[in-house]
Design a protein around this ligand. Structure first.
Ligand code: NAD
Ligand code: HSO
Ligand code: ZN
Length: 439
């Protein structure tokens, strides 16, 4: 039997259906959204910014963010403007921002990788030196919502890593500045802010313009234009990952209030029409109850239209046969956010191989992680949690290998290297090593 669609538009699937795998694959395919037209537009934007710098950056910002700037001076914010925003915040917002920032800082301090070395018996020293990047570019999305929390999540780990200069870009559609975003940039110690976004901002950070300095690495989430541009400039600069539309996969054992779960699904669906919210349970009645709660609560949402579009395009309520099938689905989907709304979430952990962040138990709403729990909310999406990890201090550092041979060590290793080099017919390598062999 094929499950149908609920009135909200969210798809109903069951693992027992013959068409399940095909339907799931179609739902999960976000890469397909980056079609040839998007790729072509992004390539054109990047080429223009690379060739014409500020002029192309201003033109693209005017066009795609509906601005009327005449030069980059109008799209640059001073440190004084950021401080003003911070000082002007209502006390409640300033306090919430400060609490979130402190919790994010404390969590990321624990991640700090240290340099290390060891000494061999002959006195040779081997190790790894960890150094921060010189200059990081952080992309803060701003097309459909403003993200002060993303300012903190990007800039604080960069600071903890010891990055010398943090450059932030954020679009301001229709020229509307968000005071909380600016205040967060002040609080998180961002050095410079440019109010540009999309592929043009990524290109400016990658190649540099007269005004925007070229950075060593670009981090942060964004829409399809941002993701496609980051992929295109990789190699010219480093990137963290391709963090696309937000996703949530909730697994429920049937014991959580259906309205809580409906709202957890909405919380990510409201980001944008491409966001993905999926609920998995083996309890058929519970799935019906959540479907009913979705229909009931949808009209109460401020962003009802976006949520409806997201749920009907990419959302799903999936009935599986067992806890084991739920685990297999988690690892197949490799979600950005996994909510384990079950009685004993600890018991599930050893079996979860792929997920950006795991929210344990009925009380841990994913939204807490978005703002203030402490871990980073910039997470791998679209199944990339199979091979990548949350944004962290380690993304703002790089490692150099350290090799310091004693005379004895050089002689010993020289014999090994010489044999291998001659085996490769690279005789200058061999002779270089042989000079140091003690007879
Ligand atoms: N993974 C995370 O940590 C995380 C955090 C926050 C947001 N998000 C996701 O980031 C995304 C943010 O997207 P957004 O759109 O709100 O903001 P955005 O800043 O990523 O994109 C807005 C920019 O896109 C460009 N653009 C829009 N339409 C265009 C067009 N037709 N042609 C060329 N360029 C165009 C414009 O330059 C605009 O400034 C959402 O999908 C949201 O779910 C992810
Ligand atoms: N859920 C987003 C990451 O996917 C982060 C965020 C910021 N604000 C609200 N949510
Ligand atoms: Zn969110």
């Amino acid at each position: 039997m094929t499950e149908t669609t609920a009135p909200s538009g969210i798809a109903r699937l069951a693992t027992a259906e013959a068409s399940f795998e095909d339907r799931l694959s179609t739902l999960l395919a976000w890469e397909g959204v980056s079609d040839a037209a998007v790729q072509h537009r992004v390539d054109e934007i990047i080429a223009a910014v690379k060739a014409r710098g500020d002029d192309a950056l201003v033109e693209a910002s005017n066009r795609f963010d509906r601005l009327s700037a005449t030069g980059m001076a109008e799209l640059t914010l001073s440190a004084e403007r950021l401080r003003q925003a911070y000082d002007g915040l209502p006390a409640e917002q300033r306090e919430a921002l400060a609490q979130a920032a402190e919790r994010i800082r404390v969590y990321h301090e624990r991640q700090k990788p240290e340099s290390w070395h060891y000494t061999e018996a002959d006195g040779s020293v081997l190790g790894q030196q960890v150094m921060p990047l010189d200059r990081a570019g952080i992309y803060v999305p701003g097309g459909k919502a403003a993200y002060p929390s993303s300012v903190l999540m990007n800039a604080i780990p960069a600071h903890v890593a010891g990055v010398r200069e943090i450059i932030m870009v954020v679009p301001t559609p229709d020229g509307v500045l968000n005071e909380l975003v600016l205040a967060a940039a002040h609080l998180a110690g961002v050095d410079r802010v440019f109010t540009v976004g999309g592929a043009q901002a990524v290109a400016a950070l990658a190649y540099g313009t007269e005004t925007v300095p070229r950075v060593d690495k670009i981090v942060g989430p964004g829409n399809i234009y941002v993701a496609t541009a980051k992929r295109a400039v990789f190699g010219q600069v480093g990137i963290d990952m391709i963090a696309g539309p937000s996703e949530i996969l909730v697994v429920s054992d049937g014991g959580t209030d259906p309205e809580w779960l409906a709202m957890d699904l909405f919380s990510q669906a409201e980001h944008d029409e491409d966001a993905q919210s999926i609920l998995v349970s083996w309890d058929a009645e519970h799935l019906d109850a959540v479907a009913a709660a979705i229909d009931r609560l949808l009209p109460t949402l401020e962003r009802e239209e976006i949520v409806r579009a997201s749920l009907s395009r990419r959302g799903a309520l999936i009935r599986c046969a067992s806890r084991e099938e739920a685990v297999a689905l988690i690892n197949r989907i490799a979600p950005e956010h996994l909510e384990l709304s079950v009685a004993n979430p600890e018991g599930w952990l050893p079996e979860i191989r792929h997920a950006g962040a795991i929210f344990m138990g009925r009380y841990t709403a994913e939204a807490l992680g978005d703002y203030c729990a402490g871990p980073n909310h910039v997470l791998p999406t679209s199944g990339t949690a199979r091979f990548s990890s949350p944004l962290g201090v380690y993304d703002f550092q790089k490692r150099s290998s350290i090799i310091h041979c004693s005379a004895e060590g050089a002689s010993r290793l020289g014999r090994v290297a010489s044999v291998l080099a001659r085996g490769e017919s690279l005789t200058a390598h061999a002779r270089s090593a042989e000079y140091r062999i003690k007879e």
